[in-house]
Design a protein around this ligand. Sequence first.
Ligand SMILES: [Fe+2]
Length: 260
Amino acid sequence: MIDIHSHILPFMDDGAADYDAALAMALDAHNDGITTVVATPHHANGVYMNPAPEIEAAVRVLNAKLQEAGNPLVVLPGQEIRIYGELLDDLERGQLLTLAGSRYILLEMPSSRVPRTMEETCHELVIQGMVPVIAHPERNAEVAADPSKLLRLIELGALGQVTAQSMAGVFGSKLQKLSLELCRQHAVHIIASDAHDSVHRPFGLSEAYGVVRRELGEESFDFFLQNARDILANNEINRVNSIQSNSKLHRLFGFFSRKG
Ligand SMILES: [Fe+2]
């Protein structure tokens, strides 16, 4: 499996505290069946600033330590970028990182709301040939109350990335149900760990994929696995899988009438 969202790099944010913690996380990832992890430290979220060159240097050090430790896990550079005023300018200045050098860029919204500038930012990025990947929309209060706010961003060309622990039910059944519903609405295209440590916020990808297989079926399971691979390879990803697509109208009606 490939994980496109993690806080495995030490000394960057609220993720791994030091290299020992990062190596312990890397071992967990390997044992969970993960081969490649994109390190995505928080950037510009009001607390942490982690410009591209610092992340790239830390990734080099961690990969060397992994080799020394005999762990075949590969770590690639990325960034989890909070929506902020100078985002597009900083991208042009080379301060921002996409996911493993691809056209896919991981964006974080505040948990309480969808920023006013979100649609415009997504639109601008798409015009520049980038694909915004919206981190954990299921944990955004405005999206939870009204999923059409997310669907509008998806229509503009963005993708949704659900957190493995939300899907696995670790954050409660309400968040798990919402995560599954967003998958059925084609508002989620990728599952990633958002791992911060080995205990409270671990990788746990295999557990989440197990839930996908059980609740959404084999085709969805393959859809999410393949999309993570395609992001890494900078290929165009699949936006809709056919089982979901066949039941789209029925589900849209069912979901929104329940919400209303
Ligand atoms: Fe994150």
